[in-house]
Write a protein that binds this ligand. Sequence first.
Ligand code: BG6
Length: 467
Amino acid sequence: GPGYPQVVVLVGATGDLARRKLLPGLFHLSRSGFIPGCRIIGVSLDQHDVEAFRTLARGALDQFSARKATEAEWAAFAESLDYVPLGAGAAALRAAVDQARASFSGESRVIHYLSVPPEAALPAVRLLAEAGIADGARIIMEKPFGTDLASAVTLNEKLHEVFSEDRIFRIDHFLGKEPAQNILAFRFANGLFEPIWNRNFIDHVQIDVPETLGLNQRSRFYEATGAYRDMVVTHLFQILGFMAMEPPTSLEPAPISEEKNKVFRSMLPIDPANVVRGQYVGYRSEEGVDPESETETFIALKCWIDNWRWAGVPFFLRTGKRLAEGQRIISIAFREPPKSMFPAGSGVGAQGPDHLTFDLADASKMSLSFYGKRPGPGMRLDKLSLQFAMNDTGLIGDVLEAYERLILDAMRGDHTLFTTADGIERLWEVSVPLLESPPPVRLYQPGSWGPKSIHQLVAPHAWRLPF
Ligand code: BG6
């Protein structure tokens, strides 16, 4: 276990992510007994005092915590919160950390969590070094880990001057989702699909994460980031890594990273001709958005993993804001039989290939579709499906939310579900052609599935969504 009480220095403590996920997550971890003790020092640009920070945290828990706090639980959590405005400087931060550590009778560990936009990451690291609270501490970094190859390389170099790689935890919360980890279990614990997990049997793969969500209060961050950096270079490529990697020699962090990074090294650079960038109508008039913004709120692309297993198999990725449905699916389309023996009009072929579909929503689901005979005279086929839903199994116990799981892993020093400097740099390298000459954004109506050209992108295949 993590063994020691933890002092968490949360930089960006009043931001959207902190309120939505980090404060509720730390609250749940603190009261669940997973860690023997926890004190949180909030740091941000806001000129708050401790009381104002506690009020903000209370509001965050009330709004976003799945399990409501009792008054006693809240009182204990509130007592563990401290706050240092960024302007107060290194010495004040140091004093707060010393005080938090002194509150524990024995040894404790310090973990920094940087929940800040890319341009604020290095200044924050410098502040930690200057305060003398980096030595021996761990650090959790939030995506997008730079904004392009050059900035990612610089970020890693500067970061390594202060933290060794084994103390750095680059978080990708998609890898903390139970259904994402279930991909590994499914692929490597079962013999059935192993022989067909390759170009000989799989026609194409889709990783499709449409969101109905808009920007809430994140427009400043989003305007500078866009859908590609926010979702693809981070979450979607990591999921692709799990789907496509070779079996690791063991389920240890180093072998898993090695296999994932091999996938990234085999990826062909993203060809801008294989990318559709979109922006929803109305985005430009939102607060904090440039009226002539070229930031994409939608992206769909085709990419290739040019190795023996996947040569010639396109991977289609899509994600965007204000779309028709919120879904997170991975869909594997199998190759169609070499020759159809069913008469025209029997129904076969009309709806495309068979699929295996993983649903990454919290309630993990999987389905396998196939053709079967419709009861009645003659030979008419229907698309049928085998369905699995984790919710129906009674196996769900005290599930940790993705962020909780990953913060706990970082506190325990377990890198299994985190990404390495090399892997991240390779993904930015793959992104170079797209970032250098991005195709123009095409408008789409909120509530749609994106710009019209998404259909050409996948032709002669079709998008699996909507079901
Ligand atoms: C975040 C992105 O990392 O992931 C958001 O910054 C996005 O824009 C979110 O909405 C999606 O996460 P989840 O867990 O809701 O699928």
